[in-house]
Design a protein around this ligand. Sequence first.
Ligand SMILES: *[C@@H]1O[C@H](CO)[C@@H](O)[C@H](O)[C@H]1NC(C)=O
Ligand SMILES: *[C@@H]1O[C@H](CO)[C@@H](O)[C@H](O)[C@H]1NC(C)=O
Ligand SMILES: *[C@@H]1O[C@H](CO)[C@@H](O)[C@H](O)[C@H]1NC(C)=O
Ligand SMILES: *[C@@H]1O[C@H](CO)[C@@H](O)[C@H](O)[C@H]1NC(C)=O
Length: 284
Amino acid sequence: MADDLCFLAKDSIIIKPPKRNPLVLRMVVLIFVMVCGVYICSVCLKQIGGRSTGRLLSVQVIGKPCEATDIEPSEKPYLHFPKPKTFSREECACNPVRYFAILSTQRSGSGWFETLLNSHMNISSNGEIFSVKPRRSNISTIVETLDKLYNLDFLTSASKNECTAAVGLKWMLNQAEILARYKPTINTTLLIPNLKQVDDLVTKSLEYFKSTRHIILYYEDVIKNRTKLVDVQDFLMVPKMDLKSRQVKIHKGSLSSQVENWEDVKKTLKGTHYESYLNEDYKL
Ligand SMILES: *[C@@H]1O[C@H](CO)[C@@H](O)[C@H](O)[C@H]1NC(C)=O
Ligand SMILES: *[C@@H]1O[C@H](CO)[C@@H](O)[C@H](O)[C@H]1NC(C)=O
Ligand SMILES: *[C@@H]1O[C@H](CO)[C@@H](O)[C@H](O)[C@H]1NC(C)=O
Ligand SMILES: *[C@@H]1O[C@H](CO)[C@@H](O)[C@H](O)[C@H]1NC(C)=O
């Protein structure tokens, strides 16, 4: 429970303004790569797979294995039938579950996006579970935590009483840069290099996960176009619902009033291909 609180506290950091370039990270940035199948960490999969062969094989013979119906053969590798230790899935036992991960940068609206996901009765998105240090201290603890999560034994406020059809977590690509300060002055010398750095980070991540089934979402698109959330539900193969968030935007008003040296920032971005970030088209 302490861990949960910790995670909540951490999660809320995301809505605070960052120390530097809020501009960069808030409106700009971007990306949720959602990864189906735990390929976020192929090592983990191997370990999980390795463990369940042999020793558990005789156990599986007892229960009739679940068969997913109406599923394309190419989709089958992504389906799982977890058997949680902490509770019985009972009537949900043969409802397939998909695993996902949200890869994101700070200030990209991923916390809000998660609340939207969690408003779906069949989706459980558990936030930055690796913000708790002991869980990421070595590969064994990471695997153990992922095992627990994907086996539905990781109980958080995101856990569902309904049948879970998609379970996942959030991972920050730039974890080290969580620092907050109200109304920052943006160092305009560093602004373009910073934007470029975030671009590169995202490009690299996409390269790394390109062979994994994924969907890319931009904050601005989710704001502007609610049909994007239909795409997400299609991706997770859950029944389509109207997703809602009770998260309140804490920084209201124009961008220009939130940045100490807005005029300098404007001057710096004018004429570059980041100029569109000056627009306020992301307003709720
Ligand atoms: C991993 O970390 C945990 C907790 O910090 C510790 O108990 C365990 O011995 C470590 N395992 C390895 C293989 O280092
Ligand atoms: C979603 O949850 C409901 C309620 O538990 C369940 O009846 C339904 O089968 C679930 N849908 C999926 C796709 O698992
Ligand atoms: C901006 O950052 C550069 C490099 O770190 C530094 O040399 C410069 O003094 C900073 N400018 C301001 C106004 O803080
Ligand atoms: C909204 O997104 C859908 C796909 O997600 C796309 O087909 C449609 O053209 C978009 N609408 C607007 C107004 O951008």
